[in-house]
Design a binder for this molecule. Structure first.
Ligand code: EPZ
Length: 422
């Protein structure tokens, strides 16, 4: 397992570009199952999770070819409609092939993803949505067995109200509804930019989706979709992580090829903390700041503060002046970075979903730490950038699932960071 060695104390400066959004590209790859033929995706990041989804598509008889940042997926009718446990357990987003398979072929068998490091993460809301559209669902031997119940073999349009604005649930139902008979209304839909991106791609395929990005999505089912070409939206979480990297080192960093509008909540909180951030349409710059203050943050579905930036923001707060209270409302167990940050000297008291961070400039000191999930890993790398001496981040395969060439990007800004291969 590779490790990352970071020598702290270098001020980052310069420009860096954002890659395509993992959490958008993944869903599109699964959505391609809705139309046989050749789909072309641009700006697809080279990440382990993308490789895992390509493997799942290949197991469903598709062929996937990468040419630089472009991924070409040739979709053919699968021999079986199963997403196997071995693939789903590597990447829980695999559950997102349920909606497309069920809508297109009237059946699917998808392994249950199980829990993960950040919580139990059930898929009950996905299944409720499919059932509302007439699917017959049984759970046995660790698999979801789903069938379109109607005589026509097609799902039926329905009104679905999510009790929580679930990202994956919204996406799964939205994809399934594109080929359903009739109109589907999703209420309390998640509004993340990746959902809008997915809807844009589906509409290019001939779907009729309105309202993506708002709390009410309306999908008028069509009989057939056709393959399409699409450029994946920039990764807002990577962009936010790079902005915090510049900020925490007191440097001046411009993050290019991003959509600052997607990061309003982060920018608001960073400004409140004392940073100057200038935004253009597709770039944002954090200006040098010597001292910033602790501010309170509570995560929430978009457009609220993203849970996927909570750990990185917490690191920023460990070296702020004063106390901040960080509340995680989306996941039940997303504070695993706290004990690792404490190994670097951070003063944090976590209790259930609230962490009190007593920040102090210059507080962190390098030590070996363990990455526990993707965003926690990023928070430890950020901590390493400002900690005295060396920080060795173990188990960075988590990082490789979601950040494309992070060490190269940080090095290009002047960080002293290198990957140790094992
Ligand atoms: C997506 O996960 C992202 N993953 C996550 O990013 C992100 O943290 C999350 O949305 C929230 O923004 C991908 O896009 C692949 P949810 P998802 O359904 O779809 C509960 C990262 O680091 N819930 O909105 O799984 C669930 O347990 C990852 O890139 C149910 O109870 O998120 C959680 O507490 C991590 N029942 C909350 O809702 C359900 O059926 C939010 O989950 C579904 C969800």
């Amino acid at each position: 397992m590779d490790k990352m060695l970071v020598r702290g104390g270098r001020r980052l400066n310069g420009e860096v570009s954002t890659s395509g959004a993992k959490n958008s590209a993944l869903k599109m790859l699964f959505a391609s199952l809705l139309a046989e033929g050749r789909h072309v995706f641009h700006n697809v990041p080279e990440l382990q999770d993308i490789i895992s989804s390509a493997q799942l598509l290949e197991s469903l008889n598709c062929s996937v070819e990468r040419k630089g940042k472009t991924l070409i997926v040739d979709v053919k009718k699968p021999g079986s409609f199963e997403a196997h446990y071995d693939l789903v357990r590597k990447m829980r987003a695999s559950i997102l092939c349920l909606g497309p398979l069920l809508a297109k072929y009237g059946q699917a068998q998808v392994s249950l993803p199980g829990g993960c490091a950040i919580g139990s993460r059930p898929i009950d809301l996905h299944l409720q949505g499919m059932k509302a559209m007439g699917a017959e669902i049984e759970l046995h031997q660790g698999y979801v067995h789903a069938k379109a119940g109607s005589a026509s073999g097609r799902l039926q349009g329905a009104s679905i109200l999510f009790e929580f604005a679930t990202v994956g649930g919204t996406e799964n139902v939205m994809m399934a509804a594109t080929l359903a008979e009739g109109v589907t209304i999703i209420e309390n839909a998640a509004k993340e930019p990746e959902i809008v991106d997915l809807a844009n791609y589906l509409n290019k395929m001939g779907a009729k989706i309105e309202g993506a990005g708002t709390a009410i999505i309306r999908v008028t089912g069509v009989e057939k979709l056709t393959p399409a070409e699409h450029e994946v939206v920039p990764d807002r979480i990577e962009a936010g992580t790079l902005l915090i990297a510049g900020a925490i080192t007191g440097g001046e960093v411009t993050v290019k090829k991003c959509v600052p509008e997607h990061l309003d909540a982060l920018i608001l909180k960073m400004r409140e903390s004392g940073f100057t951030i200038d935004t253009e349409k597709t770039s944002m710059t954090v200006r040098p700041c010597k001292e910033w203050k602790g501010v309170d943050v509570s995560t929430a579905p978009h457009p609220g503060f993203p849970t996927d930036l909570q750990a990185q923001f917490m690191t920023l707060m460990t070296v702020a002046q004063g106390t901040s209270v960080i509340t995680e409302t989306v996941f039940e167990n997303r504070f695993m970075h706290v004990t690792e940050l404490a190994r670097l000297g951070a003063d944090i008291t976590p209790k259930a979903r609230v962490a009190v961070v007593r920040g102090k400039p210059g507080l962190l000191e390098g030590a070996p730490v363990m990455a526990t999930d993707l965003r926690a890993s990023a928070s430890l790398v950020l901590a390493g950038l400002v900690a005295k001496n060396e920080t060795l981040v173990n188990r960075i395969y988590h990082l490789d699932r979601g950040y494309e060439a992070l060490e190269a990007k940080l090095s290009s800004l002047g960080a002293d960071i290198k990957r140790l291969k094992e």
